[in-house]
Design a binder for this molecule. Structure first.
Ligand code: SF4
Length: 182
């Protein structure tokens, strides 16, 4: 069976879509291969692009704090993005980029085999549940091809609206209980 490091090495040199031309470096993901919990965001931002690590900017710090509040240690979870390279000016990823990058996430999930996948934001949710609105399903467990998927708002969105930040904190607070059920 392949390893996360094998996949990461491929991602770092990947040229399968045009984002390889504007990235500083690809951001494969971080965390242990035996993580029970995987968080999936959208795409790297400027700080992630510079450091090669997901969720290290402002949104990442909020995520760390919210995880700590509910007794979850970031070192014990795997964190990745659906798109591994930063889109210029943080524009939304395009269809072709999504299609080109998706196999990497699928392979990472196949190695980790997590009990629960927490999608951060509407883009990440759309990768697992196309056409479903995050405002309708956040905080509600979904079953997708045998995978348990739990949608929450993106930490970056939490800075834009207080209600989203409260919903994110409330939804994340339920994660330890959901994990215990599996
Ligand atoms: Fe490859 Fe994904 Fe980066 Fe595109 S975004 S170059 S598919 S790793």
């Amino acid at each position: 069976m392949e390893s996360l490091e094998t996949i990461a090495a491929e991602i770092r040199v990947c040229t399968a879509c045009g984002l390889c031309e504007s990235r500083m470096q690809a951001v494969p993901g971080s965390g242990p291969a035996d993580a029970r919990l995987v968080f999936v965001g959208e795409a790297p931002g400027a700080q992630e692009d510079a450091q090669g690590v997901p969720f290290v900017g402002r949104a990442g710090k909020l995520l760390d704090r919210l995880l700590a509040d509910v007794g979850l240690d970031r070192a014990q979870v795997y964190i990745a993005n659906g798109i591994k390279c930063r889109p210029p000016d943080n524009r939304p990823p395009r269809k072709g980029e999504i299609a080109a990058c998706r196999p990497f996430l699928d392979r990472q999930l196949a190695v980790i085999q997590p009990r629960l996948v927490v999608t951060l934001g509407r883009f990440s949710l759309s990768q697992f549940c196309p056409g479903v609105r995050i405002s309708d399903v956040h905080g509600r467990l979904q079953r997708v091809d045998g995978l348990a998927v739990y949608p929450v708002f993106h930490p970056a969105a939490a800075f834009r609206r207080v209600a989203w930040r409260e919903a994110l904190a409330t939804d994340l607070a339920r994660v330890p209980d959901i994990l215990e059920r599996f």
